[in-house]
Design a protein around this ligand. Structure first.
Ligand code: DQA
Length: 153
């Protein structure tokens, strides 16, 4: 018996500065806004039989509290930790505690940019990592989770 409140509900968390999508360095991050990205994720999820709970915060502690929610309330987590990818041991520790699959997504190819972006505290505790596919990366992450969750069911 599945004890999770809704195993087909996926938490999609975007971290710092991703609220500026569409206006922030569009040559790197594209022209879609955060609202565009979240709408698209909801549509993709619906096609896959999933439900998306989308959130964004610029604050590390808030992101960590949301990750804790996914311990009981979601079947999987997609996270773009923004700059915290490269700095946050605390976020990494929260993700490591999760019993559900975690997909780390980056809009840009972090490995083709400044060298400090090549190191991620999150990748070693992520189930899968997608970088450089733009907003399509969230679709790919949802697709991966849909297959995982069906296999587990
Ligand atoms: C990012 C890459 C990070 O290095 C950067 O700090 C971001 C966005 C991406 O989606 O490509 O804020 O996570």
């Amino acid at each position: 018996m599945e004890w999770r409140s809704n195993p087909r509900r996926v938490l999609v968390v975007n971290g710092p500065n991703l609220d500026l999508l569409g206006r922030r360095e569009p040559d790197i991050y594209g022209h879609d806004t955060l609202a565009d990205l979240e709408d698209r994720a909801r549509r993709t999820a619906a096609d896959l039989g999933l439900e998306v709970d989308a959130r964004q915060s610029n604050h590390e502690g808030v992101l960590i509290d949301w990750v804790h929610e996914a311990m009981t309330d979601h079947g999987g987590l997609i996270i773009n930790p923004g700059g915290y990818t490269h700095t946050s041991v605390a976020l990494r520790d929260a993700l490591a505690a999760l019993p559900v699959p975690v997909v780390e997504v980056h809009l840009s190819n972090v490995h083709a940019r400044e060298s400090f972006r090549s190191h991620s505290y999150v990748s070693p505790v992520a189930t899968a990592v997608i970088a450089g596919a733009g907003v399509t990366g969230y679709d790919l992450a949802l697709r991966f989770l849909a297959e995982r969750l069906v296999r587990q069911a």
